[in-house]
Design a protein around this ligand. Sequence first.
Ligand SMILES: Nc1ncnc2c1ncn2[C@@H]1O[C@H](COP(=O)(O)OP(=O)(O)OP(=O)(O)O)[C@@H](O)[C@H]1O
Ligand SMILES: [Mg+2]
Length: 427
Amino acid sequence: MSAVETARASVGDGRAPELPVIAIDGLTKTFRLPRHRVSTLKERALHPLRRTVYDELRILQDVSFTVGRGEFFGIVGRNGSGKSTLLKCLAGIYRADAGSIRVAERLVPFIELGVGFNPDLTARDNVLINAVMMGLSPREARNRFDAIVDFAELREFLDLKLKNYSSGMQVRLAFSTMVHTDADVLLIDEVLAVGDAAFQQKCFDVFHDLRDRGRTVVLVTHDMTVVERFCHRAILLDEGRIALVGDPIDVGQRYLQRNFEAPGPLPEPENGDEPGPEPPRVRADIVDVWVQDAVGRRVEAVVHGEELEVHCLYESHEAIDRARLDVWIDSAEDARVFGASTMDWAEPPRAIGVGERLHVRVRLRNPFVDGRWHVGCSLLAGSAGQDIVALDNRAASFVSYGARDVYGLARVEHQLSYDRRPAEGPG
Ligand SMILES: Nc1ncnc2c1ncn2[C@@H]1O[C@H](COP(=O)(O)OP(=O)(O)OP(=O)(O)O)[C@@H](O)[C@H]1O
Ligand SMILES: [Mg+2]
């Protein structure tokens, strides 16, 4: 572990980092795919000496990271970036070409629909066999059978062969079996993608519980709100290489950026004399966005009910005649709980000059319940504010804490009261 990694590992759970439970160093994985397969007798007779030529597909390249005991560790990346391959190497399903993988504790994988499940057996048999494969004794597996089935809510379908299960039902059963084993390290690949809303909520409850009990979890997901909510750290894989390690919020943001970038390099001009396409001009920079407390200190956390101030600093690269300024605050699940705007001002901010800096502030009493909150801001132009000059949906974040007597997303001014009446006697 590098010094930086060690420092970060201790941030999430507040404990001093211990020896890593998983240490991966220089992992490289290549698949060899035959380019031309000799498949018929005639071909073999015609080309007796033809050797099969292979294409080498380098899927993982020099991947190194560590996961500490009790860490909730996220792996994100676009489709085909190598996440499942990495998990399969970790689980020992694939052999790496180079590099080392060390896992210090007992590990169970939940990797793909039905890995280790036999479609021709009933759900009942599959659960018992799978639980034993995951390290339980046959007696323990029988003892936990009811809990596994109840968690998956599939009691009525126990004697159905697995091949007749829907993909969502298979995931429920496999995930339920996994969480009822005693493994120290859980590898989880996209469990949320196929479950319905009720099952997703169950998964979240399990994630909370695993985190609280200090189990080590490596989670692959495309849901960045889940990464932010549960992970202590995360990595971003990009074409088989680690593009970023560290804070889940940074990793999530980079992942989203990477998703919406144009694929591949910009096109070259066709002949050398013609200029290429103009790169898009940056019309204004969002220089800085931050949150302050009542006495003007930059803060990461704000007590519920206290004053807070959101600041956004822009630098304009073009003259803006009529500007519209917006600042908003979203929950971790992207609910927009509050937004402030100059949209209806009789006198909109006018005549912002080239190179001018614009400092926008919003002051409010923190109404938000406990959790992480994201600040977004935009600078729009045009009479109807139709022209985006600068926009960042998640420019900064803070944690709210200390909310009492309320729940939901935010406090609404209210009075809660009751009165009592003595019971009326009979007759
Ligand atoms: N057994 C295999 N043989 C050949 N190529 C494979 C094999 N398994 C995976 N690949 C290739 O490796 C690359 C990475 O696949 P992988 O399944 O690890 O991606 P992923 O990041 O999990 O993607 P997704 O988000 O879609 O689940 C893909 O190009 C895929 O085609
Ligand atoms: Mg995958």
